[in-house]
Design a protein around this ligand. Structure first.
Ligand code: 3H9
Length: 667
């Protein structure tokens, strides 16, 4: 087998090149090739310096995640990096694309680093439930200081080449096209310079204040996760006077502990699940896509505005249509306000806001949608209204335009049937706030054309969404499962549990909020028939009293002016009233029962959705719940979690309460 690593001589400089598409992951053969190439350079008296670079779209994007969990193959990445650093001739990393994880660690093991201006450098292992395990937690603070090392490894987001240069991580920034030539010239310049700068020989200055502040500032973000604390401990170890050898031994111990744990297994599952979700069963990956140059959005409310922002931010012009001028002005104003809030937080520059707003055409003229390549309807949930809109779009829009509905529940096939071109109709279910939430459920109607589906899935990636294909079923994947949870939560309330107890079980599990906190946030009046004389359950009793949730400072909880929730005596009284009225026997509900009836039932519904073919794969369901509803990442999503709990346990829990169990869970 030919090695993915080749060497090329440019006079006295040996250029070591990796060619391992798609992302130059550091698999066993790459590590073997790298080790051999370094040995070759060290042994050859004609070589004065070495350059390591990669072909393709990126420098090494990390260890090969597919190898994790399989028996180790020599040489290990730490030993290869140690060999690079120990070389008695300078080694220069020439970075383009993203030097991530083990890739960043290879660069840190090199004596010098130069990068293309567009390059990014990072240690994202924490997002896989891990920490940099090839010396990264020890070399990074020694080069860039404790504060930046904490930031990079604790949060896992990459930094730009310019920031890396300012922090001393990069020695020189060069042009994209001249990277190799510049790296060779640089290597030649410093070939004779001694001593060689070796990160392991530097000292990191302890910064206990930075560590304490980092822990405090990120307490909420890190809640429930194992990896950040372990990462921070390693960075502290790098700066507490321990030797480099002691530091890497500690790092290894922590790395192996995380690698053997369920959280990393779950987060690695999610990494591949998100990429898998983009693949559509039965459609060739190279299918020709429809060009989307201009998007139309119908409705300038919260949803329509948020949806528009996704495209504007990606540089795609949007025409947004409303019925009334004041609604249009309000919607446009909210879009601007949201962008300006991002400027205030330093996430956007003012000229980027102007550029985005410049791409927006607000109008009351429906016929302005005629030339759009994609039109997304984002009006309220009413089948008749939607059908009427799609009928109009059918007569108006150019041939080949994709007609999408942002419905959260309604039958996309019925909507499609109101047009003469059902093959061009698809569901695009965004989650609120649509400019923030990562999830997009793409609903494949019975007649949706393959290229329409593929175009929308590809477009989702362009606008930074994680898209999942769902079939036509009430509530699609996410809301159909949510419904089970809400139904059981309401029953548990009657049977003796309190909103606080039920919500706490969910937040202890790692959800951002429980069923009743969620109802209060979304609005207790959502979906309410609005007839205060017709009260059929606790929720309707609350709605009839104007307890609509946070917006009215009263819902399942009472709220103060800062939106702080406290248990409500009035709600307790309403619940008691309903318990009496329905003659429901009272009993103590255990937290375990709440888990079984609200979480296991969701798993069961997920399994049914799969059996019915409304989701392509179990991991897609995990992607939906993690990106759309805040299911805790470190459990891998409901379906992965169920497999960790054990299907037999889930089945037993469901049977205990008399639920009809999905067949696939019994297998
Ligand atoms: C690590 O380094 C541990 C060390 O500290 C210690 C070791 C001892 N391995 O994302 P894309 C695949 S942990 C294997 O769609 P993009 C990916 O599955 C690692 N495969 O492209 C996909 O395959 P497919 C730390 C990988 O352009 C294909 O490549 N590093 C890996 O949108 C394309 O991926 C990271 O966590 C990998 N490391 O984004 C970086 N990476 O086509 C993880 C990707 O079959 N990677 N694949 O679906 C990324 O963040 C993005 O892939 C990247 C490119 C930004 C590089």
């Amino acid at each position: 087998m030919t090695s993915p690593i080749r060497t090329e001589r440019h006079g006295d400089v040996l250029v070591i090149v990796s060619n391992t598409p798609p992302v130059n992951a550091l698999s066993a053969t790459v590590r073997q090739g790298l080790a051999a190439a370094i040995a070759e350079g060290v042994a050859d008296p004609g070589v004065a310096a070495m350059v390591i670079r990669c072909d393709g779209r990126t420098f090494f994007a990390g260890a090969d995640i597919k190898e994790f969990g399989t028996p180790p193959v020599e040489p290990s990445l730490p030993s290869v990096i140690d060999a690079i650093e120990a070389a008695d001739k300078p080694v220069v990393a020439a970075i383009h694309g993203t030097a991530l994880g083990g890739g960043c660690e290879v660069a840190l093991g090199c004596h010098y680093r130069i990068a293309a201006s567009s390059a990014k450098i990072g240690t994202p292992e924490v997002k896989l439930g891990l920490l940099p395990g090839a010396g990264g937690t020890q070399r990074l603070p020694r080069i860039a200081g404790v504060k930046l090392a904490l930031e990079m490894t604790g949060k896992g987001d990459p930094i730009t080449a310019a920031r890396a240069r300012d922090a001393g991580l990069i020695d020189m920034i060069v042009g994209q096209d001249s990277l190799e030539a510049d790296a060779i010239a640089f290597a030649r310049d410093i070939a004779a310079k001694r001593p060689l700068p070796r990160a392991s020989q530097k000292t990191a200055t302890a910064d206990p204040d930075a560590v304490a502040a980092f822990r405090k500032d990120n307490a909420r973000r890190f809640r429930g996760f194992d990896a950040p604390a372990a990462t921070i401990a390693c960075i502290e170890k790098a700066s507490d006077g321990s030797s480099f050898a002691e530091g890497v031994a500690f790092e290894r111990q922590q790395f192996l502990k995380l690698m053997g744990g369920t959280q990393s297994a779950a987060q690695r599952h999610l990494f591949f699940a998100e990429r898998q979700a983009a693949k559509i069963d039965g459609i060739a990956p190279n299918i020709a896509l429809r060009p989307i140059r201009h998007v139309g959005v119908i409705g300038a409310g919260t949803m329509g505005g948020g949806i528009s922002m996704n495209f504007l931010s990606a540089g795609i012009p949007v025409t947004i249509v409303e019925m009334q001028q004041d609604a249009l002005d309000r919607g446009t104003g909210v879009i601007r306000k949201n962008y300006e809030a991002s400027v205030a937080k330093g996430r956007l520059k003012p000229d980027q806001v102007e550029a985005a707003m410049h791409l927006l055409t607000p109008t009351l003229d429906f016929s302005a949608l005629a030339d759009c390549d994609l039109v997304i309807e984002a009006v309220y949930e009413n089948m008749d209204v939607k059908k009427e809109i799609f009928g109009r779009l059918d007569t108006l829009c150019k041939s080949g335009a994709i007609l999408a509905s942002n419905t959260s529940y309604l039958d996309v096939d019925e909507i499609a049937a109101s047009t003469g071109r059902p093959q061009d109709v698809v569901g695009m279910h965004f989650f609120s706030p649509a400019n923030v939430m990562k999830l997009l459920e793409v609903v494949r109607g019975e007649k949706t054309a393959d290229d329409v589906l593929a175009t929308v899935m590809a477009l989702a990636k362009t606008i930074g969404k994680v898209a999942v294909v769902a079939g036509v079923t009430f509530g699609f994947i996410g809301n159909r499962m949510l419904r089970q949870r809400q139904t059981e939560a309401a029953k548990l309330l009657l049977e003796g549990a309190s909103p606080e107890q039920i919500d706490k079980v969910h937040t202890d599990f790692g959800m951002p909020m429980g069923p009743f906190q969620m109802a209060d946030l979304a609005g207790v009046d959502i979906g309410w028939h609005r007839d205060p004389t017709r009260i059929e359950n606790i929720r309707e009793a609350l709605a009839a009293e104007g307890r609509w949730g946070q917006k009215t400072k009263a819902g399942f909880y009472d709220y103060d002016d800062t939106r702080k929730a406290t248990p409500s005596p009035r709600v307790a009284a309403i619940i008691d009233e309903w318990r009496a009225k329905t003659a429901t026997p009272q009993r103590t509900i255990t937290d375990q029962e709440i888990v079984e009836r609200t979480l296991y039932t969701m798993v069961n519904e997920g399994a049914l959705i799969l059996e019915e073919g409304k989701a392509q794969r179990a991991s897609d369901i995990d992607v939906v719940w993690i990106n759309g509803y805040g299911w805790p990442v470190y459990t891998g999503g409901p379906m992965f979690w169920a497999s960790m709990v054990g299907h037999s346990t889930v089945v037993a829990g469901l049977e205990k309460h008399g639920f009809a169990v999905a067949n696939s869970l019994r297998k």
